[in-house]
Design a protein. Structure first.
Length: 357
């Protein structure tokens, strides 16, 4: 499919008003997206687990208007929010050629997260995907009839233009984004991983340890730019292809030890890229390292399959099979909670994607 396939060509312009509501989850990348070209095209393929509990719930009410300007208000957790507006304005500008009705209506966007906003958890994936899905449902209200596949693809396509990783939040349980030779995929939208998934990876758990709940030290926009002219960029992009290729076999064979190697190496590579860019950053905190070392020790001593991954920040995602749930949570409570800000962590697991409410 190409960009043009997503342009809405005709719709019923007589519809006066309506309301749509979606819940869309966050996701956690196993092979990381870090580096992009123009128009939110990723430099390398990525794959993520869709999460279940960390979600954004967005309701969009639309009313016909006369002016041709974009017109919208944002309410976050019940309160009018000006801070989100510029991001949504940019999103609207990027997507308007694909959703031409954007200038015909005033939009009231009411949004909330199931996780605390100040948790340092990226809300752009769940937030942008929820908004993209609302716009798709409005398209349907305007008389456009879509097959499921196309609906999800266009929702993911629009979400990508809001925030790259958001395109991996529409479906579950594993989603691939970015052309590669190993799986069905596209640079324009995320697709469900089409390979076999061994039962070891069903219901995988993710405990998100909140080490630092502050504002992101490096915005993703700046972060991705650091890969331009990065001395190791070319090798890194090739490595992501290679890791996805290996992960495909691992997901089907159920080899947890090999899974751990890829996932932890990807997390550390992401941070290594930031440490070796210009300017350079260290996004891990002392407690991040403390947690990683304790996870390694626990794994060794208990023959466990616990492992970690990281986003572009200090928080640690602790990943483990469902079968180890109780012993890992005992370990988190007895040893790791001490390194979380205010003792906060979030229990999540792999989920099935967004839902219309
Ligand atoms: C480190 O999707 O937040 O989480 O496209 O600029 O919005 P933008 O970036 P964003 O980048 C996320 C990067 C990451 C890795 C990942 O999720 O694959």
């Amino acid at each position: 499919m190409i960009d043009q396939d997503f342009i809405l060509k005709s719709y019923n312009s007589k519809v006066e008003s309506g309301s749509v509501k979606w819940s869309s989850p966050s996701n956690i990348a196993l092979v990381k997206y870090w580096g992009k070209r123009k128009n939110q095209i990723p430099e390398n393929p990525s794959i993520s687990f869709t999460l279940s509990n960390c979600k954004t719930i967005t309701e969009v009410t639309y009313t016909k208007k006369k002016s041709t300007e974009f017109s919208f208000e944002v309410f976050f957790e019940g309160e009018k929010n000006e801070a989100f507006k510029p991001k949504i304005q940019t999103f609207f500008e990027r997507i308007e050629s694909y959703v031409p009705f954007l200038r015909d209506y005033h939009f009231n966007i009411e949004t909330s997260n199931t996780f605390p906003h100040s948790s340092g958890i990226a809300s752009s994936a769940s937030g942008m995907s929820a908004l993209a899905l609302c716009l798709m449902s409005i398209e349907e209200d305007l008389g456009v009839d879509y097959a499921d596949d196309y609906f999800n693809r266009k929702a993911s396509f629009l979400a990508r233009l809001g925030s790259g990783s958001a395109c991996r939040s529409i479906e579950g349980e594993l989603v691939v984004w970015g052309k590669n030779k190993s799986t069905e995929s596209s640079d324009l939208f995320g697709v469900r991983f089409d390979g076999d998934i061994h039962s070891n990876f069903k219901d995988y758990q993710d405990a998100i340890l909140l080490v630092d709940k502050g504002e992101k030290q490096v915005s993703s926009t700046l972060g991705h730019k650091l890969m331009y002219g990065h001395p190791f960029a070319k090798e890194r992009f090739l490595q992501a292809h290679d890791n996805l290729d290996k992960l495909k076999d691992i997901l089907s064979s159920g080899d947890l030890k090999e899974f751990i190697k890829i996932v932890e190496s990807e997390a550390l590579t992401l941070h290594a890229m930031m440490m070796t860019s210009m300017p350079y950053f260290i996004l891990m905190k002392p407690n991040t390292l403390e947690i990683i070392n304790r996870i390694w020790k626990f794994r060794e001593e208990n023959n466990s399959n616990i492992c970690f991954t990281l986003d572009a920040g200090a928080n640690v995602h602790v990943l483990f099979p469902k079968a180890e749930e109780s012993k890992v949570y005992d370990f988190i409570k007895s040893e790791l909670v001490a390194y979380c800000q205010n003792g906060h962590y979030i229990c999540d697991s792999v989920g099935n994607g967004a839902k219309r409410l």
